[in-house]
Design a protein around this ligand. Structure first.
Ligand code: SF4
Ligand code: SF4
Length: 68
């Protein structure tokens, strides 16, 4: 991994069931459930810790490499 890469959480929004489990475990308050419909990640806050990925009961969050 280069110094210009960081990991960020990404939600498959079509498969998200809006349970809010990811919101509760995120230490950076980087996920919110938008209008009770789907989770959205604020990439500026996300530190790529992966807690939301492990917590999501629908397994719809992944960590992806992004260029910064
Ligand atoms: S990877 Fe960590 S910081 Fe990023 S949204 Fe998930 S729980 Fe929050
Ligand atoms: S834990 Fe998974 S299913 Fe639940 S709101 Fe978050 S992304 Fe959606």
């Amino acid at each position: 991994m280069g110094t210009g890469n960081k990991r960020k959480a990404a939600v498959d929004t079509n498969a998200c069931v809006a349970c809010g489990c990811c919101v509760k475990v995120c230490p950076m308050s980087a996920i919110q459930v938008w209008r009770g419909i789907r989770a959205e990640v604020d990439e500026a806050r996300c530190v790529g810790c992966g807690r939301c990925v492990r917590e999501c009961p629908a397994s719809v969050i992944v960590l992806r490499e992004v260029q910064v």
